[in-house]
Design a protein around this ligand. Structure first.
Ligand SMILES: [Mg+2]
Length: 227
């Protein structure tokens, strides 16, 4: 894991969901594939053709934006799927419970972190999908709130979802850390808001946060119980 700009006073942790609170390659691939399949069908093209076009667009975007990643939601707007239509499709098509199981270690980690910090989810999935996902993982009651794609109508890495989460948590952005698996989507923008960032490779590194807290390690330890 990699820390960025650790806040002086840590009061809230804002978690990305997909790829952060669970690590599941088949489900991640399913989410992209089913969305592109439906869009291809609507547009009278094939999945393969659309998939190649989307990849080419994302590669081109990265080349013209210093190697940064564009979110799938923002990419599909370019291909004619509005944010609103994308929300409805995800709500219809995604079945996290078919892929994910309760994660007792994640639950224990979040419950422990929750004794010291306010926890929230900031995701580019709709709130309904997030609720289903967190329920499947057995951690739906571990968060103060969920900011989803339909909460602000814009996707990360825009500021609105992150700022909405800080408002709901009742904290200043400078007292927050954004935790996620994609630097360009989850970390870079929060840093410009004065937040800290924690880049994780997957849920296994989220488990380690509990140990950081309880072991009084310097990174989290100095901020222990400051909220
Ligand atoms: Mg993610």
């Amino acid at each position: 894991m990699e820390w960025y700009n650790m806040p002086r006073t840590l009061r809230a942790l804002l978690f990305d969901m997909d790829g952060t609170l669970y690590t599941n390659g088949p489900y991640m691939a399913f989410q992209r594939r089913i969305l592109l399949e439906q869009l291809a069908q609507r547009q009278g093209t094939t999945f393969t053709a659309l998939d190649e076009a989307v990849q080419a667009y994302q590669n081109q975007w990265a080349q013209t934006h210093g190697g940064q990643t564009v979110s799938l939601s923002n990419t599909l707007v370019h291909f004619g799927l509005s944010i609103e239509a994308g929300i409805r499709l995800r709500e219809e098509l995604y079945e996290p419970e078919a892929y994910l199981q309760p994660d007792p270690l994640l639950r224990e980690t979040l419950r422990t972190l929750g004794t010291a910090y306010v926890l929230a989810v900031v995701t580019n999935n709709p709130v309904l999908v997030a609720q289903k996902t967190l329920s499947a993982l057995g951690v739906a009651d571990c968060f103060h709130g969920i900011v989803g794609l339909d909460t602000c109508g814009v996707s990360k890495p825009q500021a609105a979802p992150f700022l909405t989460a800080t408002e709901w948590c009742g904290v200043s952005p400078t007292d927050c850390v954004s935790v996620g698996d994609r630097y360009d989507i989850d970390i870079a923008l929060p840093l410009t808001l004065g937040m800290g960032g924690l880049l994780v490779a997957g849920v296994a590194e989220v488990y380690q946060l509990k140990e950081s807290l309880t072991a009084d390690l310097p990174l989290l330890g100095q901020h222990r119980y400051s909220g």
